[in-house]
Write a protein that binds this ligand. Structure first.
Ligand code: MLT
Length: 262
């Protein structure tokens, strides 16, 4: 596994680097790590260089002493791409990864060849959502990543996945329960404090692919539609049998949608 050290915070960024061709960066959801992109790395690395970083505090990446924000992590990704001599990339993310991709696009539009926003939203947290983040931070401090996952699990996948794809549930559990309390709480703070990105969307001139599971109740199709409506060059697709974790629940369909758009 390659690593890069973020100079400003002396923090390790771990990532996988598969294939060659135009670069495609995929940023994972909360509370997971880069392993959630395994099917997409397998399916797209014949034509693209698929780069999947672990967000600070997850997987094998370090956690900066002062935590991180969507903007600071987006800036770290830009520095990392510079270190890899990559001028422009297609940047995508699912849910929290989408918040990071949106921050990257706001702050580094010149580095974006295209944007993929999967099961995510552009709005900031409401006051109620912020209060829920604080409750989840308290839960994580008490019960760790497993406690947070137990709370999230009923909303993460579709009924179809729950009934027919037990291996997806097992993979979700295995990746999430490997995360540390410090990593989980840092990400909850970063998500709670993230800025609204809706007002920036009309300025995104690059092609954007908006993906969502039809049964996503965390970032529902209405949130995907709200982004599509504001984006000048959006393509959108829904996965009929997926919930929030569409790339894991319907991996072949997700990968085919990305491949077709790329
Ligand atoms: C995620 O899937 O990354 C999170 O559920 C997003 C969030 O809590 O806002």
């Amino acid at each position: 596994m390659p690593t890069w050290t973020h100079p400003a915070t002396s923090t390790r960024l771990a990532y996988d680097d598969r294939g060659s061709g135009p670069p495609l960066v995929l940023v994972h959801a909360f509370p997971f790590d880069r392993r959630m992109w395994a099917a997409q790395a397998d399916g797209l690395s014949d034509t693209h260089r698929v780069l999947t970083p672990d967000v600070f505090g997850f997987g094998e990446s370090g956690l900066p002493a002062g935590g991180w924000t969507m903007d600071s992590f987006a800036d770290a990704l830009a520095d990392w791409l510079t270190a890899l001599k990559i001028e422009k990339a297609v940047v995508g993310g699912l849910s929290m990864g989408g918040y990071i991709a949106l921050a990257f696009a706001r702050r580094h539009p010149g580095r974006v060849k295209g944007l993929i926003l999967a099961d995510t939203r552009a709005e900031a947290d409401s006051a109620e959502a912020k209060a829920n983040r604080d409750k989840t931070i308290a839960l994580a401090e008490k019960d760790g990543a497993a406690g947070v996952l137990d709370q999230m699990m009923p909303k993460l996948v579709s009924d179809h996945t729950r009934t027919h794809r037990p291996e997806v549930i097992a993979a979700v559990r295995s990746i999430a329960t490997a995360q540390t309390t410090a990593g989980v709480t840092a990400a909850l703070r970063a998500m709670r404090d993230r800025p609204d990105a809706i007002a920036s969307l009309p300025g995104f001139k690059f092609p954007t692919l908006v993906l969502v599971g039809a049964e996503d109740t965390v970032t529902p199709p209405s949130a995907a539609q709200a982004m599509t409506d504001q984006l000048p060059a959006a393509t959108s697709e829904q996965f009929a049998t997926a919930g929030h974790l569409s790339n894991l629940e319907t991996p072949a369909e997700f990968t085919a949608a990305v491949r077709g758009w790329l």
